[in-house]
Design a protein around this ligand. Structure first.
Ligand code: ZN
Length: 167
């Protein structure tokens, strides 16, 4: 199912048939040129005019790639990429500046407030996901997954503690 986006899309050349990352072999989502232009720390003269995809695979160093074989790796970006480095000070919401660590240390009430803040900002047109977020789209899916993971790990540690005390 995750590979569904990789069925051939309007080939422009013999090699431009799939959205498979040449480094990790996983499917990459199409991303606007404006996103790549905003994110890279290399000369924009080196960029193609279109056809970029974003690789979300954690262990893969490629962030953007084209069917033509160009690869842009994470050290060539101005911003650290949440999917590649989900560590404390890396942002998960690039528009309203919420980091992985902030979410990991927040209570569920604080999580709700953060979600409400992001939704409010989005509704008021204050977000700029296309240029701010390396994935070029809204962070809400990543935020919700991270909050779920934080909740699940707290639940697990609670269970361990309960087991230890015989409850
Ligand atoms: Zn990849």
């Amino acid at each position: 199912m995750a590979e569904a986006c990789c069925v051939p899309v309007a080939p422009r050349g013999d090699d431009a048939t799939t959205g498979i990352c040449p480094h990790c072999g996983r499917c990459g989502r199409p991303v606007a040129l404006a996103t790549v232009q905003a994110q890279v720390a290399i000369s924009l003269r080196t960029l193609m005019v279109e056809g970029y995809r974003f690789c979300a695979t954690a262990h893969c160093p490629s962030v953007y790639f084209t069917a033509g074989g160009q690869r842009i790796e994470r050290q060539q970006l101005r911003e650290r990429v949440f999917q590649k480095e989900p560590v404390d000070d890396v942002l998960v919401c690039y528009c309203f500046r919420y980091s992985v660590g902030t979410l990991q240390r927040s209570s569920s009430a604080e999580h709700a407030a953060i979600l409400a803040d992001i939704v409010a900002g989005t509704q008021q047109g204050q977000c700029a996901c296309e240029s701010r977020n390396p994935q070029g789209s809204c962070c809400l899916g990543n935020i919700r997954r991270l909050i779920q993971d934080v909740g699940a790990s707290r639940l697990n540690s609670t269970e361990v503690r309960d087991d230890a005390t015989g409850h």
